[in-house]
Design a protein around this ligand. Structure first.
Ligand code: PMV
Length: 318
């Protein structure tokens, strides 16, 4: 049984986070500039089932059997065993690493799950469809996030720009032009689980207002899909700003996020919004290709901990 390497990209949500939890559509794209990786090597010396996890970035070196029942890595292995209908998984050493910053809205947990699950299946000679990997990773996401919509595991497992809506088949988006995007890290750790549960409390306290916010975000997302497909960068920027205004209203922005967004817009960005759960984490900024390096420097000077430059290109998602 040869060793294998399985990778999965980060992701960013262009439109519709939070509203997607309430059944509205959202748009997400993979961020291949950041990756999670699972390297699985056979351990022929082990007599009984031995699955050893080594993740030096978080100082983890532990046997699967020693992980608590609800540990995400354990759930991933259990999901795979269940799917393959096997009682024991072949003994192996699993090295996990990631360049995706954690708790920043870039899908680090889902990327680890996708890389691991795909790797575990590949290691035993099974080639899964993206849907199979996504569905299994969703079970792990439930443990991480409590009430996830499923957008993270879906966009990461397919590694394509998608429009996602709960209970509906995933749709792929083919951009009509090249879009330049900066993803700037506020340096404040976000917390998706907390953000999602706080939004739920507010929704329960004032359902009609929040339903209206989600409805508006859903409509913005539908318009945004059209602008991506027709390559209308100006309108797309305006829609990002409109989406951000609603994210502020539902209470998931943060002063550091607002500050970076204001800076980006003051320096010529077409649009900017937070991405992911919020309360910190990253913003996404739509820019002119020629001004991207300069704006990136400005965002760093304004306090961004890191800036990623990525392009959304035609033909990559069809
Ligand atoms: O913070 P992230 O990157 O995991 O994104 C969360 C997106 C939400 O819509 C807030 C939650 C969800 O499950 O869709």
């Amino acid at each position: 049984m040869p060793g294998i390497i399985s990778t999965a990209p980060g992701k960013t949500i262009l439109f519709g986070e939070h509203a997607v939890v309430y059944g509205k559509p959202a748009i997400a794209v993979p961020v291949n500039e950041k990756m999670a990786k699972a390297k699985i090597l056979p351990n022929i010396s082990a007599r009984t089932e031995s699955i050893q996890f080594i993740a030096s970035q978080i100082e983890l070196d532990m046997e699967y059997s020693q992980l608590e029942q609800k540990h995400p890595l354990r759930i991933a292995v259990d999901e795979v065993k269940n799917f393959l209908q096997i009682e024991n998984y072949p003994s192996c050493k699993i090295f996990l690493e990631t360049s995706i910053p954690i708790s920043s809205g870039l899908g680090s947990s889902a990327a680890i799950s996708v890389a691991l699950i795909n790797g575990l299946l590949n290691f035993v000679g099974y080639t899964p469809t993206p849907k199979i990997v996504s569905d299994l990773a969703f079970q792990v996401e439930i443990e991480f996030h409590g009430n996830p919509s499923g957008i993270d595991n879906t966009v990461i497992a397919y590694n394509k720009a998608i429009m996602f809506q709960k209970e509906k088949p995933v749709e792929f988006i083919n951009p009509g032009a090249e879009f330049s995007l900066l993803i700037a890290d506020s340096g404040i750790k976000g917390n998706t689980k907390t953000a999602v549960s706080e939004v739920r409390e507010r929704w329960m306290a004032d359902t009609s207002t929040f339903d209206l916010y989600f409805e508006k975000i859903g409509n913005i997302t539908l318009q945004a899909r059209e602008m991506i497909e027709t390559g209308d960068i100006f309108s797309l920027g305006k829609l990002m700003n409109a989406n951000q205004e609603l994210l502020v209203k539902i209470g998931v922005s943060h002063s550091s996020i607002d500050n970076l967004i204001d800076t980006a817009l003051d320096h010529g960005a077409f649009g900017a919004k937070l991405c992911g759960g919020g309360l910190g984490g990253n913003i996404i900024v739509l820019v002119n290709e020629s001004s991207a390096p300069h704006l990136s420097d400005i965002l760093i000077n304004a306090g961004a901990a890191d800036v990623i430059y990525m392009k959304l290109k035609p033909g990559e998602s069809a």
